[in-house]
Write a new protein. Sequence first.
Length: 220
Amino acid sequence: MTKKERVQFVIDTLEKLYPNPPIPLKHKDPYTLLIAVLLSAQSTDARVNTITPKLFAIADNPYDMVKLSVDQIREIIKPVGLSPMKSKGIYGLSKMIIEKHNGKVPDNFKDLEAFPAVGHKTASVVMSQAFGVPAFPVDTHIHRLMYRWNLSNGKSVAQTEKDAKRLFPKEIWNKLHLQIIYYGREYSPARGWNIEKDIITKTIGRKEFLKEVKNTKKIK
């Protein structure tokens, strides 16, 4: 297959498997999504979704959040990990939203990335999922699969994002990045990976992964 054909195979396969991928993190507006994405760093969406209802029951907007102390926030979010950094980030960005943005989450990368504990990936998720602006947030699943599928060199997340944006049509970025995440979790995980079930890698993957398929068949 040519690279163009491989890209189209990815698009077609994911569209069949996940025609309407839901947003994994529970939220009700840009602010709660921003907080949930911040909490998801080095944690799982499932774990975050068990913690945010408790946090949002107390403070689901920046005005209520700054009424809490950093220690109070930290105590609630402790199960997701990195709570010292995340609690300071939540308090700090909530204060900035009030003081600089009239209580509303800004809808641009520059202002989002100026918030404490908010990097480019978090900003990309918010821009994509809260505001519908084309973006391609690259998490560990997307970084892993773009390499396995020989669509990126795997050297950095920044390079993977650049390659994804270059290869895939802009109008499907917001949907596609979710589709790849779901595919990675279900068919192409980092651990416990069965390449026979991973139809995309099995069909278009790098040579070292295709060799694994052949070796598996020889053993059988």
